[in-house]
Design a protein around this ligand. Structure first.
Ligand code: NI
Length: 268
């Protein structure tokens, strides 16, 4: 599959499933902006059936190549980003995975059992990245318990494989030239920004600044009934030029660490 087709599919699922991110997108369009994607992010576990390599497969087939690698010690995550050579406007792909060996034996066992129970061959299917929740009807009790140890694990348990966020390239905006301007615009529209570590993560010296909305709330069906929980969010990235004049293309682990908290539980 071509990269464009993959992203069209991911995008249409993302806005269908998350009315809040569609409103963010529509706000930019109404302001006369053209939205170009900086990167798209996915989450998974480091189990060999569904790890980063499995999710990356469709992108490699579309011509993407692996680039930077990142560790998040506190959140027990590893991530890799991918780029499409020769296509500077193609979004980067950022895939992270929870390192189960670093988690409690309880969490590792729960997640491993769930993954072992997945249908045979699922990991080889081309549509793995669009599959959404793959672990069956979730339990709200288990979701809450996972959240106490890892908000990330709880999110993947419920939402599975989908775009966790798309990211507006602020470099491509015409009227809003700084992340401050983007943030003020969004707050003016009533969106809640992730303020963990400050609204703007990173700085010009690090060559990348990022901010994000807090994930909107969705009614999710659990075995115990329907509960409103955070879903997906929208991110904004402004890249700076390196000494050679090219825009910096990687990620800053310290900043991404705080961005992961955009899906943390909060009351709506
Ligand atoms: Ni991101």
């Amino acid at each position: 599959m071509q990269a464009d087709q993959i992203f069209d599919h991911l995008w249409s699922d993302y806005i269908k499933q998350n009315p809040e991110v569609k409103r963010v997108y529509d706000s930019f369009i109404s302001a006369g902006e053209e939205v170009v994607n900086d990167h798209i992010a996915f989450r998974t576990f480091d189990h060999e059936r569904i790890n980063i390599d499995k999710l990356a497969r469709v992108f490699l087939q579309a011509g993407y190549v692996p680039k930077g690698e990142y560790y998040f010690e506190e959140k027990k995550l590893f991530a890799r980003h991918y780029e499409l050579p020769g296509k500077s406007e193609a979004p980067r792909v950022f895939i992270s995975e929870l390192q189960l060996d670093k988690c409690s034996s309880w969490l590792k066992q729960e997640i491993t059992q769930m993954i072992d129970a997945l249908p045979e061959g699922l990991e080889h299917e081309d549509d793995l990245i669009y599959k959404g929740g793959v672990f069956g009807l979730p339990s709200y009790e288990l979701y809450k318990k996972l959240r106490e140890e890892s908000e990330y694990a709880a999110w993947v348990y419920v939402y599975g494989f989908r775009a966790n966020h798309f990211t507006v390239s602020v470099n491509h905006l015409k009227s809003m030239k700084s992340l401050q301007a983007v943030n003020e615009f969004l707050k003016g529209k009533g969106f809640i920004l992730n303020s963990s570590g400050g609204e703007i993560k990173g700085n010009p010296l690090e060559l990348l600044e990022q901010s994000s909305t807090m994930a909107g709330h969705l009614d999710v069906e659990f075995a115990e009934g329907t509960y409103r929980i955070p879903s997906c969010y929208y991110e904004f990235a402004l890249r700076y030029k390196m000494e050679d004049g090219e825009l910096y293309s990687g990620f800053i682990a310290k900043s991404a660490d705080k961005i992961f908290e955009s899906t943390n539980f909060y009351s709506s």
